[in-house]
Design a protein around this ligand. Structure first.
Ligand SMILES: Nc1ncnc2c1ncn2[C@@H]1O[C@H](COP(=O)(O)OP(=O)(O)OP(=O)(O)O)[C@@H](O)[C@H]1O
Ligand SMILES: [Mg+2]
Length: 247
């Protein structure tokens, strides 16, 4: 059976004054799908996420979640930013539980959820540390645990691993896939990194330069864990590279 549509983007246009950024963009994301969005710098990837979460007003068109206009009180959406967004005055454990406090979860449920996700991202032993005591990759793990702890129906990630060295990036990518499989959440993952998009995405949305249109939607059903050296992987990576060629 076809999976239900989680996100519908219909003729989305976003301008800043005279600057046309997103130009009449339409696409759909199925429930539980892992979509990677790649596109040149400044093409409007962050603008798209900010439009989805209503930080920005849309110029024309619409974005629907579960076939309804986005309502942040109703739709459970988590957003992980490129920069560290932990709260320095809270411990690791308190950071991970933060979204649960906001959502009025009982203390018992909160503890179970925090413990579960601290364990999954390998931070159980660092639960009483403060962000200033952590490395960059540990900080990103805190953000990931915090996002998953609220059991989001939709997880938005904006270049979350851009700052990491390659081995940490691979580690956190594998962790993310594990969490995604376990929770079945729908993930939108933005990246500049073509290899990362092919490693993670079940679909890859390639965007053009501004004014930005959808260049291509590529299906990627390679088995996991993916082998970045396999001929099939290299073929899809080359296809995305040819489509982008932003150098
Ligand atoms: N609040 C704003 N006011 C005016 N212009 C903006 C605003 N936010 C973004 N822009 C412009 O919109 C365009 C898209 O920006 P955006 O940050 O969405 O790009 P991006 O695809 O996320 O780029 P990067 O890959 O570098 O993160 C840029 O030209 C940017 O200058
Ligand atoms: Mg951006």
């Amino acid at each position: 059976m076809e999976k239900p549509v989680k996100i519908r983007v219909n003729n989305l246009t976003k301008k800043f004054g005279d600057l046309l950024v997103l130009d009449d963009i339409s696409f759909e994301v199925a429930q539980g799908e892992f979509l990677c969005i790649v596109g040149p710098t400044g093409c409007g990837k962050t603008t798209f996420l900010n439009s989805l979460t209503k930080l920005y007003d849309i110029t024309a068109g619409e974005i629907l979640v579960n076939d309804e206009p986005v309502d942040l009180k109703k739709h459970n959406i988590a957003y992980i930013f490129q920069e560290n967004s932990t709260m320095p005055w809270l411990t690791v454990e308190q950071n991970v539980g933060f979204g649960l406090d906001l959502r009025g979860v009982s203390p018992k449920e909160k503890k179970e959820s925090v413990d579960e996700f601290l364990e999954l991202v390998g931070l159980s032993d660092s639960r009483n540390y403060y962000p200033a005591q952590l490395s960059v990759s540990m900080l990103q793990r805190v953000s990931i645990a915090r996002a998953f702890a609220v059991k989001p129906e939709l997880l938005l990630m904006d270049e979350p691993y851009g700052q990491l060295d390659i081995s940490l990036r691979f580690k956190l990518e594998d962790e993310l896939v594990k969490l995604w499989k376990r929770t079945g959440t729908t993930v939108l993952f933005i990246t500049h990194n073509i290899e990362e998009s092919v490693y993670l995405g079940e679909k890859i949305l390639v965007l053009t330069n501004k004014p930005t249109k959808v260049k291509k939607f590529i299906k990627n059903d390679l088995p996991r864990p993916r082998d970045i050296a396999s001929p099939e992987f290299v073929r899809i990576r080359d296809e995305v590279t040819q489509l982008i060629k932003w150098w």
